[in-house]
Design a protein around this ligand. Structure first.
Ligand code: NAD
Length: 363
């Protein structure tokens, strides 16, 4: 089977890491008998330079017509002084809105080989962490009515959710829990917010369709605390746009390695949008220093969620584990020279790390 993937390498380290992601996809395709055809599109700073727009129409059209979209990262100091609507990051909002992807899936995965990067005590993380945060992406307070009074000394932002918006993201939460450890925690502020009470009502209505999933609720302030106190209690968390924004960053930090974390944004039908969680890292762009593993693991999510290729996704994840087990590290996950000596790990660049994953897939 041939799958059409739209590529948006973007800016900074984006092109380097997307290249390594495609090499891993091709290696897994060869192993399992699939082929992937790629079409590159401009978005972000490079699109501004070429067309004057952060998200050219042709990019959105091409992405919507593909089977899945893989994005590197956009932005950088060169475009930092442009007005809001013309900034590279506008491309991200335009893509999410234009592709109608309303659920953002962010795994917070602490690889046992990298447990020294985790800021939490070893007795808290045990032999690793594996949490999936599902964040509602296109509703709630970030999209609600906002404004100021005439004097400008009073302002408001509005949190609004319809049952339909809640139901569709909860469905992704329940389905994701079924693919994992079958635990779903709805995080909200139902002791205060009416929207949160609606989230709970909808979840209660839906739970009979997923009888194997253990459903629970937690207030967001408690969830923020539990993520550092006892993160292993969580399997899948599903939550609103703003709470998800904050908690997913907290969860990614407890894994300690931004260069390892993937994400997927999904809608009802149509292609998903897949990107590593990190930015364009202008400080290391073009230096063969970027860790490509977040993007390679993002490709595993793409195979799993958009193409239903579970074995192939697992093969990529196993290849990454093998490379880490063998002691290979890019600078961001290598620790100090003393750590490397103590652990016997070896420092490599972007390209070599990609070679190692491909070799592990071919072995
Ligand atoms: P960043 O994630 O780009 O970098 C933060 C730090 O992490 C830097 O020291 C960087 O070198 C390091 N880092 C990030 N990814 C890495 C990788 N794969 N391997 C090794 N080290 C890595 O965040 P920032 O510095 O705040 O932002 C830089 C630019 O990226 C800004 O223009 C910002 O707007 C943009 N940005 C884009 C996205 C996106 O495209 N989704 C997300 C966040 C930031």
């Amino acid at each position: 089977m041939n799958y059409k993937i739209a590529l948006i390498p973007g800016d900074g380290i984006g092109p380097d890491i997307v290249r390594e992601g495609c090499r891993a996809l091709d290696a897994v395709g060869k192993k399992f008998g699939h082929s992937f055809s790629y079409t590159e599109y401009l978005a972000g700073g490079c699109a501004i330079d070429a067309t004057g727009e952060p998200l050219p129409e042709a990019t959105l059209k091409g992405c919507c017509a593909s089977d899945a979209v893989l994005l590197g990262a956009v932005g950088g100091p060169k475009w930092d002084t442009l007005p809001g609507a013309k900034r590279p990051e506008k491309a991200l909002l335009g893509l999410r809105g234009g592709m109608k992807v309303y659920a953002n899936l962010r795994p917070a995965l602490l690889f046992r080989q990298l447990s020294n990067a985790c800021p939490l005590k070893s007795e808290i993380v045990g032999d690793g962490l594996d949490i999936l945060i599902v964040r509602e992406l296109t509703g709630g307070i970030y999209f609600g009515d906002r404004g100021r009074n005439a004097a400008g000394d009073s302002a408001w932002d509005t949190e609004a959710y319809s049952a339909e918006e809640i139901e569709r993201v909860l469905k992704i939460g329940f389905d994701s829990a079924m693919k994992r450890n079958k635990k779903l925690c709805v995080v909200d502020k139902a002791n205060i917010l009416e929207t949160s009470r609606l989230w709970r009502e909808v979840a209660e209505r839906m739970k009979a369709s997923w009888p194997q999933v253990e459903l629970s609720y937690m207030y967001v302030d408690n969830a923020a605390m539990q993520l550092v106190r006892n993160p292993r209690q969580f399997d899948v968390i599903v939550t609103s746009n703003m709470f998800g924004d904050i908690l997913s960053d907290e969860a990614s930090q407890i894994t300690g390695s931004i260069g390892m974390l993937a994400s997927a944004s999904l809608g009802d039908s149509g292609p998903g949008l897949y990107e590593p969680i990190h930015g364009s890292a202008p400080d290391i762009a073009g230096k063969d220093l970027a860790n490509p593993l977040a993007t390679i693991l993002t490709c595993a999510m793409l195979l799993r969620y958009s193409f239903g290729l579970e074995k192939e996704a697992a093969a990529i994840e196993a290849a990454v584990e093998k490379v880490l087990d063998d002691g290979w590290r890019t600078g961001d996950i290598a620790g100090s020279a003393a750590d490397r000596t103590a652990l016997g790990s070896k420092l490599v660049g972007t390209k070599k790390m990609g070679d190692l994953v491909v070799a592990a897939l071919e072995s």
